[in-house]
Design a protein around this ligand. Structure first.
Ligand code: HEC
Length: 166
């Protein structure tokens, strides 16, 4: 009897296997893409041809308001690096060109996305970036660390005070 009680206590106290230990933070969890099948933009997820078409679209539809630096700056990286390419794509579809959101086709937005990857010095690969937000959920937006340090990430777009308050 005493022994059974002891066993019960031991069973209760023993740590239960942490089944949730590998669940990623909300920001990367998606319904249709399991994280263990996530691919990285560092591994070549678009083609040269796709990026070239994206560049033409960029020149025609985006350049009036943007410079290429808008898509490679620290602010840009703070907004998008670490997210799914699908999130970036959906932002474009829903918001850009600001003067006419949704003006391009899904294929064209995908090409512009490929061009943005190219601007970030990401490698081309054997297969084109798949078209549409659903397929792009399987790809994570990552960039190579900046030379001499981690990818520049700032707490926000706010002011950065390098010196202690006076
Ligand atoms: C009429 C002007 C205009 C055009 C054309 C335009 N944009 Fe924008 N874009 C903006 C403005 C303004 C913002 C900033 C919006 C904000 O911060 O809310 C912006 C923001 C963005 C951002 C977010 C940048 C960041 O740092 O996160 C991306 C990406 C973007 N635009 C891509 C595009 C692409 C791709 C095209 C062409 C298909 C395009 N834009 C066309 C005005 C424009």
């Amino acid at each position: 009897m005493k022994y059974a009680l002891l066993l019960a206590i031991v069973a209760l106290a023993a740590p239960t296997p942490r089944l949730d230990a590998q669940i990623p933070p909300d920001s990367v969890r998606t319904d249709s893409a399991r994280t263990d099948s996530l691919r990285s933009t560092l591994l070549g997820v678009y083609t040269e041809e796709q990026a070239a078409k994206g560049k033409d679209l960029y020149l025609g539809h985006c350049q009036s308001c943007h410079t290429a630096a808008d898509f490679t700056s620290n602010d840009f990286k703070a907004n998008w690096v670490g997210k799914l390419v699908a999130e970036f794509f959906t932002y474009l579809v829903e918001n850009m060109p600001e003067s006419e959101p949704g003006a391009l086709s899904q294929e064209q937005y995908t090409q512009v996305t490929a061009y943005v990857l190219q601007l970030n010095a990401l490698p081309v690969g054997p297969a084109p970036l798949p078209i549409g937000a659903d397929s792009l959920k399987a790809i994570k937006f990552e960039v190579a660390p900046a030379p001499g340090g981690a990818v520049a990430m700032r707490p926000g777009r706010g002011f950065f005070h390098p010196h202690p308050r006076r």
